[in-house]
Design a protein around this ligand. Structure first.
Ligand code: PAF
Length: 281
C-alpha cells in the first residue's frame, strides 16, 4: 500500500488531531527526500516507538548556502514513496513551500554556540535554516518523538538543544549512522558522486577510523590529523573543511580523548561535500 501523501498544513493538522483524540502517540521523521536505508532505519525506529508515524519531505531552501547547491539537491519523490510503501507510514507530509514559509514569514530560530563551529563555521546560516524548519515541522505535526540520524551529529545536538530551550513537547531521538558495505555513511548527497568518486568516497571513513585508533592509543592529534588529511588528498579529495576531535554533546574542541569524544569531518570530493563522524574510545 502506498503511503498517503499530505501537502497542506490544514490536512496534516486534521489527521494528527484525530490521532491525538484517540490517545495515540505521533512520531516524525523529518527528511529532505532522496531517501536511503539510513532514513528507512529512522522510520523503523519511529514505528517501534510510536502509534503513528509521519515522514516529512521538504527540501528546505533556507538551509542551503548556494542556489546551485539547492538546485542540484536530489529530488526523487516517486521513488521515495515506493521505498516508504512497505513500512506502514501513516502520512508522508510533503508541504508546498508556502505551507512552511507563508507570505510575510519573518521568524528565525537560532541556536547560539553549538552552531558556530564545524559545519556552522563553513556554511553560514545553515543551522538557522535547519532550526527554523525543524521547529515548524515539530509544531505542525505535534509530534511526541522526532527521529534524527547521528550521521548529522551536529544537527542532532542543535535540534536537541532547541527543543529543550523552547520547551517543545517532543523527545528528540538519535539513531545510529547507517553505512554502505565499504563504510561510506549513507547520505542523499552520495547520489551526486560520479562512479569514480564513489569508489574513493569510503576513504573518508577509513582515514577517520585510523585517526581514531591512533588517538585511543595515545597518538598526537596534530600529527594524526596531518596523516589523515594527506591520505584523503592522495585518494582524490580536494579539500578538508575540518577534521576535529570534539566532546560529545557540547561539541567543545578537545586535544586528547579525556572524555566521551567524537571525531567529525567534512571533506570535498569531486565537488561534493561529504560529512561523517565516529565515536572515539
Ligand atoms: O537532515 C535533513 O535532512 C534536514 O536537515 C532536515 C532535518 C530534514 C531539516 O530540513
Amino acid at each position: 500500500m502506498t503511503a498517503p501523501i499530505v501537502r497542506t498544513l490544514a490536512a496534516i493538522r486534521s489527521e494528527v488531531a484525530g490521532w491525538k483524540r484517540a490517545g495515540q502517540s505521533v512520531g516524525v521523521v523529518p527528511t529532505m527526500g532522496a531517501l536511503h536505508e539510513g532514513h528507512l532505519s529512522l522510520v523503523r525506529a519511529a514505528k517501534a516507538g510510536c502509534d503513528r508515524v509521519i515522514v516529512t519531505i521538504f527540501v528546505n531552501p533556507r538551509q542551503f548556502n548556494s542556489p546551485q547547491d539547492l538546485a542540484d539537491y536530489p529530488r526523487t519523490e516517486v521513488e521515495d514513496a515506493r521505498k516508504l510503501a512497505p513500512l506502514g507510514v501513516d502520512a508522508v507530509y510533503v508541504p508546498d513551500p508556502e505551507q512552511i514559509y507563508p507570505e510575510g514569514f519573518s521568524t528565525t530560530v537560532s541556536v547560539a554556540g553549538l552552531t558556530e563551529v564545524l559545519c556552522g563555521a563553513h556554511r553560514p546560516g545553515h543551522f538557522d535554516g535547519v532550526a527554523t524548519v525543524v521547529t515548524k515541522l515539530f509544531t505542525q505535526t505535534r509530534a511526541d518523538r522526532a527521529y534524527f540520524g547521528e550521521k548529522d551529529y551536529q544537527q542532532l545536538q542543535v535540534v536537541t538543544r532547541l527543543s529543550r530551550d523552547l520547551d517543545l513537547p517532543v523527545e528528540v531521538v538519535g539513531c545510529p549512522t547507517i553505512r554502505e558495505e565499504d563504510g561510506l555513511a549513507m547520505s542523499s548527497r552520495n547520489l551526486l558522486l560520479s562512479d569514480r568518486a564513489r569508489v574513493w568516497a569510503p576513504e573518508l571513513h577509513r582515514a577517520m577510523e585510523e585517526m581514531a585508533a591512533g588517538l585511543v592509543s595515545g597518538g598526537d592529534l596534530t600529527a594524526l590529523r596531518a596523516d589523515a588529511e594527506a591520505r584523503l588528498l592522495r585518494a582524490g579529495f580536494t579539500g578538508v573543511d575540518y577534521l576535529d576531535l570534539r566532546a560529545c554533546g557540547d561539541l567543545s574542541l578537545l586535544t586528547a580523548v579525556d572524555r566521551p569524544a567524537r571525531l567529525l569531518a567534512a571533506a570535498w570530493l569531486a565537488g561534493v561535500r561529504l560529512i561523517d563522524n565516529i565515536a572515539v574510545g
